[in-house]
Design a protein around this ligand. Structure first.
Ligand code: MLT
Ligand code: MN
Ligand code: ZN
Length: 302
């Protein structure tokens, strides 16, 4: 199984267009001090040539370029087989409408996420006006096989599980499965990748689930709980925004460092997070704990 981190920043990207916080400032003034990052998404494949997107970010147009292999023979070539959604947040679903030129689009989503991108944000409804969209329903707690566009088996299954989170702020109601983490399993090898770009808490059940994955891609939105408040750019804490901060007692760093998984990588990193600075104490603390700060273009072979 191969995994590519297509985008490792949270919504807004890094630097964010309207932000001059210390980390965005550093990224603009010296890209060596902090590398720019696009918005959160990953690609996964059993064979290294047929790819599924994990979420469709607003930066999908540039991101999918990384998936093009040899020049195709025909005039059109769609380098993705489908999109698996974890939720209906804009940074994870705006790319659905940007993929409309593909003419046909396979989407894998829970009932709740499908309803939200159809009725609440209407992004899927808009995409449907341009492309033939088929949705395969995912069920919390059960594994669904991924299929290539030609209907054949992709060699991967995906199992969603509920994570601690509120629904997106535009959602008209909260339903089970509105925000999930994913376990993608390669059928031939039983190797697993866990994908949780948004997660507000880690309990023992979640830790046990993550312990079975060779690669854990986890919510790295904020370093500290009061990050936005201290910078004067938000009123709510990380936990109020459903993102477990990395630092502090009970933070994700303390929780994830005990996992035996080979790779534990932070993704969905907010532009305010000091771990984005290549030479920060926070970056060193993450690396000393054996975890990795995700970068666009990082590849993993499991
Ligand atoms: C989040 O990660 O909390 C959401 O993407 C927020 C947003 O879209 O503004
Ligand atoms: Mn987000
Ligand atoms: Zn910023």
């Amino acid at each position: 199984m191969q995994v590519i981190l297509l985008g490792t920043a949270a919504g807004g990207g890094f630097p964010q267009w309207n932000c001059w916080c210390p980390t965005c400032r550093a990224a603009r003034l010296d890209p060596h001090a902090a590398h720019p990052r696009s918005q959160s998404s990953a690609a996964i494949s059993a064979d290294g040539s047929h790819w599924f997107l994990l979420n469709a970010s607003p930066d999908v147009r540039d991101q999918v370029q990384q998936l093009n292999g040899h020049a195709p023979a025909g005039n059109r070539h769609v380098p993705i087989e489908g999109v698996v959604l974890t939720d209906a947040e804009l940074d994870h679903s705006l790319g659905l409408v940007l993929l409309r030129e593909g003419r046909s689009l396979q989407v894998y989503a829970t009932d709740a996420v499908e309803r939200m991108v159809t009725e609440d944000s209407r992004l899927l409804s808009v995409a449907r006006a341009f492309a033939d969209v088929s949705v395969t329903r995912l069920h919390v707690g059960s594994a669904t096989p991924l299929r290539l566009r030609d209907g054949s088996d992709a060699g991967l299954t995906v199992e969603p599980f509920a994570v601690a989170a509120d629904p997106p702020r535009f959602a008209t109601r909260a339903e089970l499965g509105h925000t999930v983490g994913l376990i993608v399993t390669e059928v031939a090898t039983a190797k697993r990748c866990a994908y949780l770009p948004g997660c507000g808490a880690i309990d023992e059940a979640l830790l046990a689930r993550l312990a079975g994955s060779e690669l854990v891609l986890f919510d790295g939105t904020f370093w500290s709980n009061d990050e936005l408040i201290r910078l004067g750019i938000g009123e709510r804490t990380a936990l109020q925004l459903d993102h477990l901060p990395m630092s502090g007692s009970g933070g994700s760093l303390e929780r994830l460092r005990v996992l035996p998984g080979r790779h534990r990588v932070y993704v969905h990193i907010n532009n305010t997070n000091p771990v984005l600075l290549e030479d920060s104490a926070e970056r060193r603390a993450v690396e000393a704990a054996g975890l990795t700060i995700g970068m666009d273009g990082m590849r993993f072979e499991l």
